[in-house]
Design a protein around this ligand. Structure first.
Ligand code: PLP
Length: 399
């Protein structure tokens, strides 16, 4: 024990020198540890200069990058086949940074109208404050998308599988229209995940995620991600550090852990959701089911063409009879299937878009988008599908 004061000894033991010793050892942890450090220390100024210049490996400050976020980005790139990735503190942070890195005052965006409500709100009420206008147009009409594009249009934006109507977007053909006019095509692939669709292979320039959903998959983290080529990632990286939007080290560790089972989970989510959709479709208390894997869905041929191994993911929506009353009764009567204003957990949950994710829509916009008061959105989990169906059957009997 050195003869310094206890306060001093406690301030210096067990960090810088020990960290260096561990880093130079002959063994490494099997799983990357959580680097819960806001900043990194250097032995001298040239070492810091070398890291800034990219001449030496090392980290500086965790708002810029952290070993855990590097690991999460590496795993995401491996899943998506992307050159680069950035992980964010939320899906909204990822989406907004991908947008603001590519527009400035006077620019214009063309977007599909059926979107996650937070993004719709941002497009409709926030971006105009900064002089960026957004035109919403039905992406099933490619001529309408083309007609909406102006000389100042910089971005065409959509979701692979729309929230909450489960429309499948014809990404390759939308990409052609966007690129013919020099626009970047940004796709939110949150509902699909790279285990169902890979938009970068289908013509998208930038893919965005709420990693809070399937990529996290356990309802225990809030996060987001952007994937693209090196050039686009470098441009977004500038906003990412300036706006302070990086994912925390603990969430990055959770995300890496979760990604290991993504493909297995999505396979099971997809298989279960198809069975539940087939059950609901035949049920007399259900007016309509929205799931692209159903033979009756007009999106089935496109899903077969674009999606991986016939999977359509775990999300489906259904119109319950008797409007708001029917939807509320079903929610109340489900016992282990919880009413949760989110999605993509391992267990089955129900959400009510008109009251939660799509609250920001005006009644007129909601009607135009096809979102109704009797519509529920189901996130089908990885339980035994027969048990999910039995519980829904029992609850529907009370509607
Ligand atoms: N994109 C989609 C499709 C979503 O469903 C959500 C949230 O529900 C988001 C983006 C926003 O993600 P976050 O809540 O992680 O900010």
């Amino acid at each position: 024990m050195n003869n310094k004061h206890i306060k001093t000894r406690l301030a210096h033991a067990g960090d810088h020198d020990l960290a260096k010793k561990i880093a130079s050892g002959v063994s490494v942890p099997k799983v990357l540890p959580i680097y819960m450090s806001s900043v990194f220390s250097f032995d001298d100024v040239p070492s810091l200069d070398a890291v800034y210049a990219g001449e030496a490996d090392g980290y500086v400050y965790s708002r810029m990058t952290n070993p855990g976020t590097d690991a999460a980005e590496e795993v995401l790139c491996a899943a998506e086949g992307a050159e680069g990735a950035l992980v964010f503190s939320s899906g909204m942070a990822a989406i907004i940074n991908a947008i603001i890195a590519n527009v400035q005052s006077g620019d214009h965006i063309v977007s599909s109208p059926v979107l996650y409500g937070g993004v719709y709100d941002y497009f409709k009420h926030e971006l105009p404050r900064f002089g960026v206008e957004v035109t919403f147009v039905d992406f099933e009409d490619l001529n309408a998308v083309e007609d909406a594009i102006r000389p100042n249009t910089k971005i065409v934006y959509t979701e692979t599988i729309s929230n909450p109507l489960m429309e499948v977007m014809d990404l390759p053909n939308v990409a052609k229209v966007a690129h013919a006019h020099g626009c970047k095509f940004i796709v939110d692939n949150t509902f699909a995940t790279p285990a169902v669709a890979r938009p970068l292979d289908l013509g998208a320039d930038i893919v965005v995620y709420s990693t809070t959903k399937y990529l996290g998959g356990h309802s225990d983290l809030i996060g987001g991600a952007v994937l693209s080529n090196k050039e686009n990632i470098a441009a977004i990286h500038r906003c990412f550090t300036l706006y302070g939007a990086i994912m925390g080290p603990f969430e990055a560790w959770l995300l890496c852990r979760s990604m290991r089972t993504l493909d297995l989970r999505m396979e099971q989510h997809s298989r279960n959701a198809l069975k539940v959709a087939q059950f609901l479709e035949k049920h007399p208390k259900v007016e309509r089911v929205y799931y692209p894997g159903l033979e009756s869905s007009k999106y089935k041929p496109l899903a077969d063409k674009l999606f991986v191994e016939g999977r359509c993911g775990g999300m489906l929506s259904a119109d319950i009879i008797n409007g708001e009353q029917g939807a509320s009764t079903l929610i109340k009567e489900c016992k282990s299937i919880k009413f949760v204003p989110s999605l993509a957990s391992y267990s089955t949950t129900i959400s009510y878009p008109a009251k939660t994710s799509h609250r920001a829509y005006s009644p007129e916009d909601m009607k135009a988008a096809g979102i109704s008061m009797g519509q529920l959105r189901f996130s089908i989990g990885i339980e035994c599908p027969e048990d999910i169906i039995a519980e829904l059957d029992e609850a529907l009997a009370k509607v």
